[in-house]
Design a protein around this ligand. Structure first.
Ligand SMILES: Nc1nc2c(ncn2[C@@H]2O[C@H](COP(=O)(O)OP(=O)(O)OP(=O)(O)O)[C@@H](O)[C@H]2O)c(=O)[nH]1
Ligand SMILES: [Mg+2]
Length: 480
């Protein structure tokens, strides 16, 4: 809910002689969905629009950024209190043919933007980026307590698709009786770490506690292990924290165990509460500032990863939407307006009003198949958002984009093959992409589909935004 009123705040309504239009956009999606690349390219497009980029706004409309959180001495403070998004570092990588580094901590880009066709008003835009891993922890805060979290998570682990990965842990919970709780805790912690390692191996996006992958010092697992390909030996697993520190693990415990081993349950509850406050709450607080969410889905990757990947992503989105509760009622809209007028410092426009579902990295899909891929996006997300549309008037839009268009699709010949060309290090390559099915297959396996993974093509000039498609529309949705 919006923060308590602190008196009419004219400085918030008028800035630089213009009426302020606050916009706070959370860029969310599983790890590797393309959030950081999307943000980097969006900011570059705002700053250095290429001709045609803003056609969707109407003819001759341009945007000007007056001030931003990246402006050195004159930097705008971020709204969320998060660190400033490193646009310079990420775009420098793209300009030299590499992708930005994997995100390990949340950050925000804030800027004042004016449209050439509406000079009296100015957008106060915040764009927030997270490590995708942290979103998997949101179920902890939705459930709110260790026992509820356990009771919600354990049936998920028991689902047919995930049971093979979680079997050892579930069997231990089903078979053994807790005589010595210290030994039981150590054995269960190891078994649960194996479950999470299995999720990582299957690219499943709900590794929780996410400290297993990104610890509290924001170090990625592979960095802590000193290897790119973990072997998941006992010694390696023991070094990865499933909680605040490796020595204080958090894992779900069923009610029978909570009754039979109350000391263990008390220990786990205290650690869960600590983890919630230190890791999950800051993510939830930043999300609570957003009025618009860009929900990013890499359709090509989901086809590549198989049914488990799709189910895992669906569960992640369900958790996310349950926490956000997007949409509003007529009363909510009235309150929004009043709150904005009298808002305190970290005001929030009454929650997420709009969700834009963006199919990302779709330059990896052949141009002839992109329309079909958009159909898959609808099939995946529509069932999850319908209740928010009906009950809470949620505004939802769907679109495809490539924040960095790194491929060219060749015409499809009589053999039906989807050939795509791209450049790596100045050399041109050709690769074949799978055809996209009209609906999610009934049965398929990881590896049945494959799409190229190109490096970005080089615009070397700092003021030249990456070649893209679909971002004009996304910007129009953001700055509506
Ligand atoms: N071809 C192509 N690849 C992309 C595009 N966007 C992202 N990628 C690929 O996807 C990878 C992950 O993109 P990121 O933006 O770092 O993903 P993220 O969602 O920020 O991931 P986390 O930081 O791990 O949560 C990149 O390293 C690229 O390989 C795109 O527009 N086109
Ligand atoms: Mg990222």
């Amino acid at each position: 809910m919006a923060k308590r009123a602190e008196g009419v705040n004219l400085g918030r309504i008028l800035r630089k002689g213009r009426i302020v239009r606050p916009r706070c956009v959370g860029v969310v999606g599983p790890f590797h969905a393309g959030k950081t690349v999307m943000l980097t390219s969006l900011i570059s497009q705002i700053r250095h629009q290429a001709p045609g980029m803003l056609d969707v706004f109407g003819t001759d409309v341009t945007l000007a950024e007056l001030q931003s959180s990246a402006d050195g001495a004159d930097a705008l403070p971020t709204r969320s209190g998060l660190a400033c998004f490193d646009h310079a570092g990420a775009s420098d990588k793209l300009a030299h043919g590499g992708w930005p580094a994997k995100t390990v901590s949340a950050s925000e880009y804030r800027s004042f933007i004016v449209r050439s066709d509406d000079r009296w008003r100015m957008y106060d835009l915040s764009l927030i980026d997270w490590p995708g891993e942290r979103l998997a922890d949101l179920a902890m805060i939705s459930q709110g307590a260790f026992d509820k979290w356990s009771d919600a998570l354990l049936p998920t682990l028991g689902k047919e698709l995930f049971r093979p990965i979680a079997r050892e842990f579930l069997d231990r919970l089903a078979n053994s009786t807790p005589e010595d709780t210290i030994t039981a805790e150590n054995e269960l912690a190891l078994a649960y770490r194996r479950v999470l390692a299995g999720f990582v191996d299957h690219a499943l996006p709900f590794v929780t506690p996410s400290s297993f992958l990104v610890d509290l010092e924001n170090r990625y697992a592979t960095e802590r292990l000193g290897t790119n390909t973990p072997t998941w030996s006992v010694e390696q697993l023991d070094r990865l924290a499933i909680g605040v520190t490796p020595g204080e693990p958090v894992f779900p415990l069923p009610s029978a165990w909570r009754e039979a081993a109350p000391e263990l349950a008390t220990r786990l509850t205290a650690r869960f509460d600590d983890y919630l406050a230190r890791v999950v709450k800051p993510v939830a607080d930043a999300l609570a500032l957003c009025d618009h969410i860009l929900l990013l889905v890499d359709v090509a990757h989901l086809l590549e990863s198989g049914p488990r990947g799709v189910e895992g992503t669906t569960l992640l989105f369900e958790e996310l939407l349950a926490w956000v509760g997007p949409g509003t009622t007529a009363v909510g809209r009235g309150l929004d307006w009043m709150t904005w007028i009298v808002a305190g410092d970290r005001y929030r426009l009454g929650g997420v009003r709009r969700v834009s579902v963006i199919g990302t990295q779709t330059d990896r899909i052949h141009a002839e198949d992109r329309q079909t891929a958009e159909g898959l996006l609808h099939q995946l997300v529509e069932p999850l958002v319908r209740k928010y549309e009906v009950q809470k008037n949620l505004k939802i839009r769907y679109g495809l984009a490539a924040a960095v268009n790194a491929t060219r699709s060749e015409p499809i010949g009589p053999d039906g093959k989807r050939r795509m060309t791209f450049e790596t290090g100045g050399t041109s390559f050709e690769a074949e992409a799978s055809a996209v099915p009209a609906s999610w297959p009934l049965a398929w396996q990881a590896g049945d589909f494959a799409f190229p993974r190109p490096q970005p093509r080089l615009p070397m000039r700092r003021t030249q935004p990456p070649d893209q498609f679909g971002l004009g529309r996304v910007l129009n949705w953001i700055l509506r």
